[in-house]
Write a protein that binds this ligand. Structure first.
Ligand SMILES: [Zn+2]
Length: 264
């Protein structure tokens, strides 16, 4: 995408470039960022998922998901719900099974009203969980899904993350749900161990720049998850990111690149 954008920028100067309004804005933004970072150390993107056009993890990538079964309605702790009500008496509970005998429960709030409506969202999530690296999927206990619209968040100590149905649909339509699941799973799998570790903080200090402004704004909370998706993609699917982005990472954040490379 970035390569195309660069070509478009050149072509635009001569002929004008046909892109959608949204993509033109993003390309223009990236052009400015890439130009800026050659001069001074500033983040490459606003954030890793929503503000980029990059499809880090594709819907066609292989996944370890096998099947989804329904367990029944149970009382569950469902943080992040409306009115901060923690407990839900009749949560729809599903079990997603994956290769290597891993199972993850998906808890859909009783606000969905019908098992079928809850199942729709458990279905939308299951294959995305299947695309995670084994060690990240193995770190997850369960996933909470609320009906409604808000931004996903993770509970690293509880080993789960929380999604909202409308936001899932938006992210699916933008090819971003795989990346959202990856981001939240990094929080669960790695934050407690590394996000505030001496090794990671030294790598941050040596690099001296963050890949996104979001990472920069929360260096002990978001930098690991924000950076990890870029490094994972470089290691797992070389060439999927543009050569400009791969170069930026190797030149500007080599210490965190080396740190994360070992994990993927
Ligand atoms: Zn995060």
């Amino acid at each position: 995408m970035i390569k195309i954008s660069w070509v478009c920028i050149v072509v635009f100067l001569i002929l004008g470039c046909k892109q959608t309004a949204e993509k033109s804005t993003k390309s223009a933004k990236l052009e400015i960022d890439l130009a800026e970072v050659t001069e001074k150390k500033v983040p490459l993107f606003e954030n890793s998922i929503v503000s980029t056009d990059i499809d880090f993890i594709k819907s066609t990538d292989p996944d370890a998901f096998l099947n989804l079964s329904y367990i029944g309605q149970e009382a569950k702790e469902m943080p992040g719900g409306k009115d901060d009500e923690l407990f839900d008496e009749n949560t729809y509970v599903f079990k997603a099974a994956f290769k290597n005998d891993k199972k993850i429960e998906i808890w859909a709030h009783s606000d969905f009203g019908r098992k079928a409506a809850a199942r729709d969202y458990a279905d939308k999530l299951s294959d995305k969980l299947g695309k995670l690296p084994d060690f990240m999927r193995n770190a997850l206990n369960h996933v909470v899904i609320h009906k409604g619209d808000a931004t996903a968040f993770a509970e690293d100590a509880g080993k789960f993350f929380v999604l909202y149905s409308d936001n899932m649909d938006t992210r699916i339509s933008n090819n971003d749900l795989e990346e959202t699941v990856f981001h939240e799973s990094i929080h669960v799998a790695l934050d407690l161990k590394y996000a505030k570790s001496k090794e990671w903080q030294e790598a941050q200090a040596k690099d001296g720049v963050f890949i996104t402004r979001y990472a920069e704004s929360k260096p002990k909370k978001e930098d690991l998850a924000e950076t990890a998706i870029f490094v994972y993609t470089m290691e797992k699917y070389p060439g999927r990111l543009s050569s400009e982005i791969e170069q930026w990472i190797k030149i500007n954040i080599p210490n965190r690149y080396e740190f994360l490379k070992k994990l993927f």
